[in-house]
Design a protein around this ligand. Sequence first.
Ligand code: LMR
Length: 417
Amino acid sequence: MASTTNFTADIVPQAPEDPLFGLMRAYRADESTDKVDLGIGAYRDDNAKPWILPVVHKADEILRNDPDLNHEYAPIAGIASFTSKAAELILGADNPALKEKRVASIQSVSGTGALHLGALFLSKYFNGNRTVYLSNPTWANHGQIFKNVGIPNAQYPYFSKETKGLDFAAMKGALAAAPERSIIVLHVCAHNPTGVDPTPEQWKELAVIIREKNHFPFFDCAYQGFASGDLARDAWAVRYFAEQGFELALAQSFAKNFGLYGERAGCFHFVTSPASDASDAISRIGSQLTLLQRAEISNPPIYGARIASIVLNDPALFAEWEDNLRTMSGRIISMRKALRAKLEELGTPGTWNHITDQIGMFSFTGLSQAQALQIREESHVYMTGNGRISMAGLNTRNIDYVAKAIDKVVRDAAAKL
Ligand code: LMR
């Protein structure tokens, strides 16, 4: 029979499955009782179960008992009580950019939606070098979000395979060598996938280069409060750039720090530089972002933003949230210590200090793709092919098992050399 579709395979080839969601599917299908999920970056408690933050439970109660609750549309730019507090949370309430009203904040479909909205805006209006520089490696979605709006990708070095820390000299060199006025994506904290962040001193040096080259910084913040447990500390880098008067874009996700993964709560912020035309500029930019949003999603989803807004606007609930953040980050930090100690105890070949030096949801173990596959096949331990593990998947019950499984694949690889 002749083909009747307009969309034949030469026009629409089969796309590969998303590696991360493919890994999640494979994990779910695995019937082994030993299986351990170190794949997707989602918090788990010590029983390997998703954790609904107690403060989110409370906010949910408040929301459900609100006699005025309805399901009307949010404004196109989102719920103002949420976006204004989201801006204060990430930039700091005292940030001159906020005081001088140089920030446009648009509610987004979590961090991905914020990145997309910013990328779309840049694809239409950025007249510098329309290439985005991404860290090597970076979150797998970054590249395709920019490519989808026609912005080609380039890379700057980031991770040193030797030290399993930051390759700062190479990073600086690449940013200095990039064409003037390039778009530079920077992770605010808890870099995904490496868990390696620049120090404040290093951020200051990066700011000098970015200013000299007139680059456009685009910050991505998915882990505020989740890395160190301290909201201000985790936001330091972007607050610093904003205080220094940079014009910048900022994608903010509430998936991890509120445990609102599937609710898609997020915000996109555009910050303009202090100048006589700043308020005119921010009004024009905000208006165009609103127009883009209308054509894309009409107006944002409300449930997650309402939950976050209740917490962000109530001092007592806010304090409780900070406590919940410390619970999550604290458990992850203790798992880092435990994993490193177990591997050192086992005498696993190599050094393991990077496990505790790195920060946030992930550790970049240094395991190769072949080892990641072997550990999955032999021990049912699921990690991404680049050797990234989600620390939240570890708990007091499986830590010995995982350490032994890592030890085995490292020794097997060493024996083959
Ligand atoms: C991850 O990197 O595991 C998370 O950010 C989830 C995702 O959407 O990729």
